[in-house]
Design a binder for this molecule. Structure first.
Ligand code: 5GP
Ligand code: ZN
Length: 135
């Protein structure tokens, strides 16, 4: 498949591999937020988390935890942020599922996103829309 991350898994594009097992592959992000910023991907091509079959998810989370612990210790970080963008509207640029595992340092100055407040009654309305959509 003509996908940059599939090519990385196949070794057709070089990467700094951090970890791999039968189903997952982790490598340094080419543009790190902090040193040690790692991407962890399923070896099979899925567009993003929303398209992954349930049977892949347990192994994915186990691999994420394993790599997160190694990053924390390996680069002597103070914490770990884990992020995934699903769909371009959420900032997904590479259309092969990937979690970002980002080592965090005290006072690294990174801010996530600005927050807002719900208006009166709005939170209940939104909560109902979500719970009514659960499959
Ligand atoms: P997204 O914005 O889709 O969540 O993140 C894509 C990430 O892939 C970016 O952080 C970008 O730096 C990284 N990336 C894109 N192309 C390559 C590549 O060829 N090699 C590596 N190691 N990382 C890449
Ligand atoms: Zn792919």
């Amino acid at each position: 498949m003509d996908c940059i991350f599939c090519k990385i898994v196949r070794g057709e594009i070089p990467s700094n591999k951090v970890y791999e097992n039968k189903n997952f592959f982790a490598f340094l992000d080419i543009g790190p937020v902090n040193r040690g910023h790692t991407l962890i991907i399923p070896k099979k091509h899925y567009k993003n988390l929303l398209e992954m079959p349930e049977e892949e998810l347990k192994g994915y989370m186990e691999a994420i935890q394993k790599v997160s612990k190694a990053i924390l210790q390996g680069v002597n970080a103070d914490g770990i942020s884990i992020n995934m963008s699903n769909e371009p509207a959420a900032g997904q640029v590479v259309m092969h599922a990937h979690f970002h595992i980002i080592p965090r340092l005290k006072n690294d100055g990174l801010k996530l996103w600005p927050q807002s407040r719900y208006k009166e009654g709005e939170a209940e309305e939104i909560k109902n829309k979500i719970t009514n959509s659960l499959e």
